[in-house]
Write a protein that binds this ligand. Sequence first.
Ligand SMILES: Nc1ncnc2c1ncn2[C@@H]1O[C@H](COP(=O)(O)OP(=O)(O)OP(=O)(O)O)[C@@H](O)[C@H]1O
Length: 502
Amino acid sequence: MNNQPSGLVLTGVSKRFGATRALIDGDLRLRPGEIHTLLGENGSGKSTLVKIMGGVHRPDSGTVTLDGVPVTSRSPRAAMDLGIATVFQEVLTAGSQSVLENVWLGSHGTFRRRLGRAEQRSIAQDVLTRIAGAIPLDLPAGQLSLSERQALCIARALVRKPKVLILDESTASLDVSSRDRLFVEMRRLAAEGTAILFISHRMDEVAEISDRVTVLRSGRSVSTVERSDLSINRLIADMTGNSGHAETRRQPHDAGDTILQGAAVRLAPASAPIDFELRAGEIVGLAGLEGHGQDQFIKRLAGVAGGPGSVVRLLPEGAAELTERNGDALAVAYLPRERRGESLFESMSIRENFALPTLAKDRRGGLLDTRSSARRFDAFARSLSLRFGAAHEAISTLSGGNQQKVLLARWLATDPKVLLLNDPTRGVDIGTKREIYAILHRLSGEGMSVVILSSEVDELVDLADRVLVFRDQSVFAQIPHFELSTESIVAAYFGQKSEVHT
Ligand SMILES: Nc1ncnc2c1ncn2[C@@H]1O[C@H](COP(=O)(O)OP(=O)(O)OP(=O)(O)O)[C@@H](O)[C@H]1O
């Protein structure tokens, strides 16, 4: 009889990248049939552990076994052949290839050949529908929304019917209904015996879905807790190493003069025009189910998307229309939603990615003073608890959450009067999120105005003075500060409005 533990077991696993000790003696046992959450701050080693399981990285020491058998083959394909399927953090799709091609991308040799074309189509359709609803299989993947592309990556893992399914922040880009469908699917797969490793920075998701939770802190596994003993406060204390975080709920306060004005902004030909005023020192939240217009609206405010109506920046000397090019001159900064493609310069260093739009601050007599940008970067690195090896290293060496912090620092460093943030804390750990809220509260207290689109309802409740909820490309409800709650926002998502909303 085999006395070896079943499932995927990591024992004493360590991994270094240069001077960075990403994992130190990491232990984890992933049992068949369980949904096991891996929790930890940005840079605590979660993705490194996942990449070791998924065959991307080779550990420096320690053992990995699957159903008692040492896992020695080290490549994503070899891991896949053993039944370990990983959905990595970044949404990776081939934009010019069809949805169908993308679902089967990387499925090689016999596995795929065994299936006829018709069967491939029907399996892909079935799995995709269960997560994302109907998506046409012949559409180029590049035409899908971010949420749909994320669902595509998950479908790619599911069609392989893995023994071990690893979801590294796979819900971060999913819309609410797809996320709910994924959870149903995860429960079904777990009931059939699939071992699922789940990573998310959203504590509501962690509380809802986990059978067990393992916490990583600074590369070490510090605790594993059963569902019956789960307490969010305890998990946060384990993650951060200290107990108690002050709640950061926004206090009501007076706003100043109007600084940005949208007039008759129309997001679709048949939708109602939107008039919008942003006042100095205000934090306005934008919410809605994916695809209901909030993303288009923040892009209109930033001048990066055009359409009917106008958006102007009000200055003492008059009004100036926002365009894609004049944001800097008008002190309007926009942080796009997608790190890859839209904002990161992957071949550049961490510091260059930070300093790019503000290099003028580091010029001394026509020369670039690198010590000046280093000083400016260090200040932000401290205030945002950035975890990195050295600032001259490539931005790609940072964990996903830390990349997001560098981008936020980049735009804060421009000293904007208006900061437009498109889902800025996606992938950012809960401790740092609260630090970011504190920074935004402080800066808005000094007169900066913020518009923040967030897919995380709790974030808007903590941060905003008021929240606009979008439905069908229009503002469905405007929820004032005294009415802000998870319930009031979610109710508006689904078309319910109380008397007080206008
Ligand atoms: N290829 C690499 N080269 C250099 N350093 C790396 C590399 N990959 C990861 N690291 C470093 O290892 C540490 C752990 O990173 P990892 O991506 O595992 O964190 P994480 O817990 O997944 O974070 P997040 O929640 O932000 O995704 C970080 O300090 C990171 O900068």
